[in-house]
Ligand binder design. Structure first.
Ligand SMILES: NC(=O)c1ccc[n+]([C@@H]2O[C@H](COP(=O)([O-])OP(=O)(O)OC[C@H]3O[C@@H](n4cnc5c(N)ncnc54)[C@H](O)[C@@H]3O)[C@@H](O)[C@H]2O)c1
Length: 286
C-alpha cells in the first residue's frame, strides 16, 4: 500500500471529502497541499486529518512503516504549483468548481493530471473550465476514502491516455482500486444512489415508514451495510440536494427532483452528521 515517491498532491476544497482524501494521502505518506477559500474550514480540516490519520493507523488502514506525509493548508491556489496531481473537491456546484479549477490549474505544469471528485457533474463539462481538457479525469472517492478502498475512475471523452495513466499511478500510491467507467451525469454510483436516497426520503415524507424502518429494511432484508438515509446523513444532505439538482438539470428526469422533505431539512440547516442532525441525530458536529 502506498508509494510516497509519487510526489505532492494538491487538494482543493477542505470539506468532508477534501479532509478525507487528504487523510488518505497523508496516511499513505504523500505530501499534501490543501486549499480552501475559508480559513476556518482549513483549521477544522487540519484537526480532522490528524484525528482521522491516527484512527486509520489504529484500524490498520495505513502501513505502520510509512511516516505521515507533510500537510500544508492555504487559501492561496497558486501553492498547487509543482504538484504531481491536483484533486478538486469543492462544493457540488458548477460555478464553484469552475472558479476553483480556473484559479488552480493555471499554476500546474502541462501534463499534470487534474482530477475532479464531483458526485454527478460530467467530467467533460468540468474539463471545459481548464486550459488542457486532456489532463482532466474524474475520480469518485467514497466516504470516508481512507476506509473504502474502491473508486470510480471516470474517463471523459477528452481525457488523454497520459492523464488516465497518471490517475492510476496516484490511486496505486493511495492504495485505491479503480473501477473504470465512462462519463455521464452521476456516472454509475450516484446515478443510482441519489435517486434511491430521494425515493427513501419521499417514503418518509409520505408517511409510509419512519427513517428507522426504511433503513432497517435495507440493512436487515437486503444486507446493506447502511440504509439510504444514514448514507445520506453521512454524505451531507446539502450535497445530496446539490447532486440531485445536477442530475435533474442534465437528465430532465423528474425522479431526481429533490423531494420537499430533503429540501426542508437543508433549509433548516439539518445537513446530517456534519451538523449533528439530519434524518437521525448525532452527538458530534464535526
Ligand atoms: N460528501 C460525500 O460523501 C461525497 C462523496 C463523494 C464525492 N463528493 C463530492 O466531493 C465534493 C466536495 O463535497 P463535500 O461533501 O466535501 O462538500 P463540503 O460542503 O463539505 O466542502 C466543500 C468545500 O469546498 C470549499 N470551496 C468552495 N468553493 C471553493 C473554491 N472556489 N476554492 C476552494 N475551496 C472552495 C468550501 O469552502 C468547502 O470547504 C463535491 O463535488 C461532492 O459532490 C462528496
Amino acid at each position: 500500500m502506498g508509494d510516497s515517491a509519487f510526489g505532492r498532491v494538491a487538494i482543493i476544497g477542505a470539506g468532508v471529502m477534501g479532509t478525507g482524501i487528504a487523510t488518505l494521502a497523508v496516511g499513505s505518506g504523500l505530501p499534501v497541499v490543501l486549499v480552501d477559500l475559508d480559513r476556518e474550514r482549513l483549521e477544522r480540516a487540519r484537526a480532522g486529518i490528524t484525528a482521522q490519520t491516527r484512527l486509520g493507523r489504529l484500524m490498520g488502514s495505513f502501513d505502520r512503516g510509512i511516516a505521515d506525509g507533510e500537510l500544508e493548508t492555504t487559501t492561496d491556489p497558486g501553492r498547487v504549483a509543482g504538484a504531481a496531481a491536483l484533486i478538486e473537491s469543492v462544493t457540488e456546484k458548477v460555478e464553484a468548481k469552475a472558479r476553483a479549477l480556473t484559479a488552480s490549474t493555471a499554476a500546474l505544469a502541462p501534463g499534470t493530471v487534474v482530477v475532479s471528485n464531483t458526485s454527478a457533474i460530467p467530467i467533460d463539462e468540468l474539463a471545459g473550465y481548464t486550459a488542457r481538457p486532456e489532463d482532466v479525469v474524474g475520480i469518485h472517492f467514497m466516504n470516508p476514502p481512507y476506509l473504502i478502498r474502491t473508486v470510480e475512475l471516470i474517463r471523459g471523452p477528452r481525457s488523454g491516455d497520459a492523464a488516465i495513466a497518471s490517475a492510476e499511478r496516484l490511486l496505486a500510491a493511495l492504495g485505491q482500486t479503480p473501477v473504470h467507467v465512462g462519463d455521464g451525469p452521476g456516472f454509475v454510483v450516484n446515478r443510482v444512489l441519489q435517486r434511491s436516497i430521494n425515493e427513501a426520503a419521499r417514503i418518509v415524507q409520505d408517511g409510509v415508514a419512519t427513517p428507522e424502518a426504511v433503513d432497517a429494511a435495507f440493512t436487515g432484508c437486503l444486507g446493506h451495510r447502511t440504509g439510504p438515509l444514514a448514507t445520506a446523513d453521512l454524505i451531507g444532505l446539502d450535497n445530496v440536494v446539490d447532486s440531485l439538482h445536477v442530475l435533474l438539470e442534465r437528465t430532465g428526469d423528474e425522479g431526481y427532483r429533490p423531494c420537499d422533505l430533503l429540501v426542508g431539512k437543508v433549509a433548516a440547516g439539518h445537513f446530517g452528521r456534519k451538523t449533528g442532525r439530519g434524518f437521525f441525530e448525532y452527538r458530534t458536529t464535526s
